[in-house]
Ligand binder design. Structure first.
Ligand code: LIP
Length: 313
């Protein structure tokens, strides 16, 4: 019998797609490492000098990136590649237009979500780090260093807000009271950088309808809140500080970490576009509703009913 050639065997061996390779993924270890990395990123944000805050314009003047954004993403990518060389990486500042989220384990990074807040020194910026498997978030960490608030979650193990080692609370921070509809809701809404066109018109029309009095054809919601960071706004819904967040136009890196934090806090994520109960991470249209014993689906449907169009990307 001819000796077996390892080389020829290796060349004939059907190599399964990377995500089928049986690797024991320790989500707790990844969670703990992402928290460590988030604190390093937070230090970089707090220590940023005027020069590293200098920004460059991306798609327009309200869409900017700083040297600190880039430095943080480079640090995150390098550290994660060292520990998890076979995992994919998708980051806001290294994203390529044709890049798509695969089914394999993928780290998703927004180095500074709320870059405009960072540039202006407004204390509402966060590093957002997540692990996605089969295009679903399974670990999420969102850290706002200016307020020392760290939101985190592991799939199936709850979501938490830490304001320092000795102050960790399970989410939602506030009791998950029944939802009473739009007219009783405090709503998170971001303005994005796309300030003209059909998506902008839909966003502004809907915002006015949510805020206007009933006799003016509006929903008379309690009010709108815009943090300037989709990740933080979604975490505020998870915490129970907001009742819902409606956004069309942000990206997978803005929302991935906060999505698992929301779900582990009892919240649900529908699409910002009417009729879609199962949005994708890359869908760019999100409607997050806080945990509640009753009223979640009704609030989604009432929000959808308030729209006279769809976001289109
Ligand atoms: C921001 C989003 C926010 C949106 C801003 C900006 P960035 O992300 O989190 O929701 O309104 O325009 O896109 O660019 O600061 O990472």
């Amino acid at each position: 019998m001819a000796p077996i050639s390892i080389d020829s065997l290796a060349s004939e061996m059907p190599i399964p797609p990377k995500h089928l390779i049986p690797i024991a993924i320790d989500l707790q270890e990844i969670h703990d490492r992402l928290i460590f990395i988030a604190h390093v990123a937070g230090d970089m944000m707090l220590k940023a000098t005027q020069s590293t805050r200098l920004s460059e314009i991306k798609s327009n003047t309200s869409d900017q990136v700083t040297a600190t954004d880039r430095a943080i993403e480079n640090m995150v990518k390098a550290v994660l590649k060292l520990h998890y060389p076979h995992f994919e990486f998708l980051g806001e500042e290294t994203f390529k237009t044709e890049q798509k989220l695969g089914n394999g384990p993928t780290f998703i990074c927004d180095p500074i979500d709320g870059t405009l807040n960072f540039i202006h020194g407004f204390p509402g910026s966060a590093v957002s780090l997540a692990l996605a498997i089969d295009k679903k978030a399974v670990v999420g960490v969102v850290f706002n260093p200016a307020r020392k608030e760290l939101y985190s979650a592991i799939q199936g193990r709850g979501a938490y807000l830490s304001r320092g080692a000795d102050h960790v609370v399970r989410l939602p921070v506030r009791d998950a009271s029944p939802l009473q509809g739009l007219s009783s809701s405090l709503i998170g809404l971001e303005w994005g950088s796309q300030r003209c066109g059909s998506n902008w018109d839909l966003r502004t029309r809907t915002a006015m309808k949510l805020m206007s009095a009933a006799d003016a054809g509006g929903q008379m919601c309690h009010s709108l809140r815009s943090s300037g960071s989709a990740a933080l706004t979604c975490c505020y819904v998870a915490a129970g500080f907001l009742d819902l967040w409606w956004e069309g136009g942000c990206w997978v890196w803005d929302v991935c970490a906060a999505w698992i934090i929301l779900e582990e806090a009892g919240g649900i994520m529908a699409s910002a576009n009417p009729g879609d109960w199962t949005p994708s991470l890359e869908g760019r249209a999100y409607l997050a509703v806080r945990g509640a014993p009753t009223g979640q689906k009704e609030l989604v449907e009432e929000m959808w009913g308030c729209m006279d169009g769809q976001f289109v990307f």
